[in-house]
Design a protein around this ligand. Structure first.
Ligand code: SF4
Length: 216
């Protein structure tokens, strides 16, 4: 479906309004601010994380704490501006004491996650951590999720049940890599795959058609 920018903005604002008043799962009881996500509505790259933390809950923005600083640095290293990408989480409200989000919470919040993916229609989805990877692989992609350490390090072509085929790069959550140099190295290497995947999808878009040959 082709969206004009005005339609996209108004759909985005509607989704934000719904999230602000959402009570679909118990996490609404603990939030100070919901965190719908942020970034470009025309982003080619969509980052899907796990859940807002304390700082995110205070500010209503994703990835603004220490893990966010690392995400910014990883993006800077591959020359991608944070404003060019879109970032959200599988749940939009902070779980108490930063516990993992539960399956029923992730499912309840999927109405927004799926709407955001359908609105933005990214070319590449980067999943940060096990919950996000499993969501894209199993819930949306009908593929088996074998755990982040087995699956990371590759680009996957996945048909999402949102009428969308995307390249998926599963990697660790930056929070896990903050004090673990090995995971940080793995993250850095996985971020290089983003550049590769992006140049492939852009190249695919420019593949010559029969019309190009006739014109010459
Ligand atoms: S986490 Fe998602 S489903 Fe749960 S209350 Fe927040 S917005 Fe609603």
């Amino acid at each position: 479906m082709a969206w004009c920018m005005q339609d996209k903005e108004s759909s985005w604002l509607k989704i934000v309004e719904q999230i602000k008043t959402c009570t679909l799962c118990p996490l609404h009881k603990y939030r100070r601010n919901p965190v719908p996500g942020e970034g470009s509505l025309n982003a080619e790259i969509f980052f899907l994380g796990e859940a807002p933390g304390r700082r995110e809950d205070e500010m209503g923005r994703p990835f603004v704490g220490a893990a966010g600083q690392l995400l910014n640095k990883l993006l800077e290293d591959i020359n991608i501006k944070r404003s060019e990408v879109f970032i959200t989480n599988v749940v939009k409200c902070r779980p108490p004491n930063n516990r993992d989000p539960k399956d029923d919470e992730i499912r309840a919040c999927s109405v927004y996650t799926d709407s955001l993916i359908s609105l933005i229609r990214p070319k590449v989805i980067v999943t940060l951590g096990n919950h996000a990877g499993r969501y894209i692989f199993e819930f949306l992609g009908n593929r088996r999720w074998l755990g982040i350490s087995k699956i990371r390090g590759k680009v996957y072509e996945v048909n999402l049940r949102l009428d969308l085929r995307v390249k998926v790069i599963p990697t660790y959550h930056p929070a896990a890599a903050l004090y673990n140099p090995q995971l940080r190295e793995a993250l850095e290497s996985d971020f290089k795959l983003i550049v590769k995947a992006l140049s492939e999808v852009r190249g695919e878009g420019r593949r010559p058609t029969l019309l190009n040959f006739i014109k010459h």
